[in-house]
Design a protein around this ligand. Structure first.
Ligand code: PHE
Length: 345
């Protein structure tokens, strides 16, 4: 053992340069491996004279530490794939594509309907989904034993109360709130989620969406209702659309009607969408029953009004010829992506 060997190794290691991981590994083996030069010096150290141990012990340890640090430093600086200079990432690489979401078909239809009625001068009103018996039934002239008030048809949140809480079965409840609160004349549409205790199938669901509308003023007639619905149908389904009204019954309107639009797929000739009839049912409507106006504090001798209500899933089904209502609730991306062209940025 001599100082020259140690100094030579120290200088050599200080100057070491490596381009690849392989070079670094080879340098490690050469100096620090089992048969490496520094390891050999430690072997030799065991048998030197005790008076030399103190001096050589210190320099040998320093040499080993310096070599270990140098190898670490070299290991960190090399990368087999990248060029020796420049950043490790390829900044020119295109980014991962970010998928744009699209509007849900029910939202698209709701927006279209809201836009049409806004043009006619209607305001949009919203109300609570958890409602009381008064706003969903009582104020709308439902008799106490009406089947809609049964547990079979309505989801109750609390029962055994004079005015139990329940999930609204239609957004007519928002119309009652409008009649109670808004100054006359009233022109509102009420979009929202409604709930009915139905078995889920291709044609029914326990949750769906409605837009209902209400117009109350002096001298409102059935002719006004018919004209409003006709204008709406032509905006929604095309300028050639015809409507027809069939007598119907709702506790809160008198007279009441169900409205069909001419099938815009076969132009009234009859196809499998309209089941050969040439007509598609889209909404229920009628003149607000005087009892309903009075229940909300409106003088039924001075004022009259009309109301209408439609299911958004049904209209979306007709518009896009979807044959199973459940698609709207399952959020299968393959279904939702069909509407991606309707994205609004
Ligand atoms: N509320 C009725 C329903 O949910 C729809 C409707 C509204 C009918 C207004 C007539 C007038 O089926």
């Amino acid at each position: 053992m001599n100082r020259e060997t140690i100094d030579r190794l120290s200088a050599e290691i200080g100057e070491l340069k490596c381009a690849t991981r392989k070079d670094v590994e080879e340098a490690r083996v050469r100096y620090l491996g089992k048969k490496g030069e520094i390891t050999a010096l430690f072997e030799e150290f065991r048998s030197i004279a005790p008076d030399l141990k103190k001096e050589f012990g210190r320099v040998l340890n320093e040499l080993k530490q310096a070599a270990t640090a140098k190898i670490e430093e070299l290991r960190a600086s090399v990368d087999d794939n990248a060029s020796p200079q420049g950043p490790k990432e390829d900044l020119s690489m295109p980014g991962d594509p970010m998928e744009l979401g699209s509007r849900h078909p029910v939202s698209i239809v709701r927006q279209e309907i809201v836009d049409i009625f806004r043009k006619f001068g209607y305001d949009v009103a919203e109300g609570p989904e958890i409602e009381d018996d008064h706003h969903v039934f009582e104020a709308l002239n439902f008799p106490p034993n009406h089947p809609a008030r049964d547990m079979q048809d309505t989801f109750f949140v609390s029962t055994g109360h004079i005015n139990p809480l329940l999930l609204r079965t239609h957004t007519s409840s928002v119309q009652v709130r409008a009649m109670e609160q808004m100054p006359l004349p009233i022109r509102v549409i009420c979009p929202g989620r409604v709930f009915r205790n139905e078995a889920i199938s291709a044609r029914a669901h326990c949750i769906f969406h409605q837009v209902e509308g209400l117009y109350v003023d002096e001298g409102v007639t059935f002719a006004d209702l018919k004209q409003a619905i006709l204008l709406f149908a032509r905006e929604m389904f095309g300028p050639e659309t015809e409507i027809r009204m069939r007598p119907s019954y709702f506790p809160f309107t008198e007279p009441s009607a169900e409205v069909d639009v001419s099938c815009n797929i076969c132009k009234g000739k009859g196809c499998n969408i309209c089941k050969g009839t040439g007509w598609l049912e889209i909404l229920g409507c009628g003149m607000v029953d005087p009892n309903v106006l009075e229940a909300s504090g409106i003088d039924s001798h001075k004022y009259s009004g009309f109301a209408f209500g439609m299911g958004l899933e049904r209209i979306a089904m007709l518009k896009w010829r979807v044959n199973d209502l459940r698609h709207y609730f399952e959020n299968d991306l393959r279904f939702l992506r069909e509407f991606a062209t309707s994205v609004e940025v």
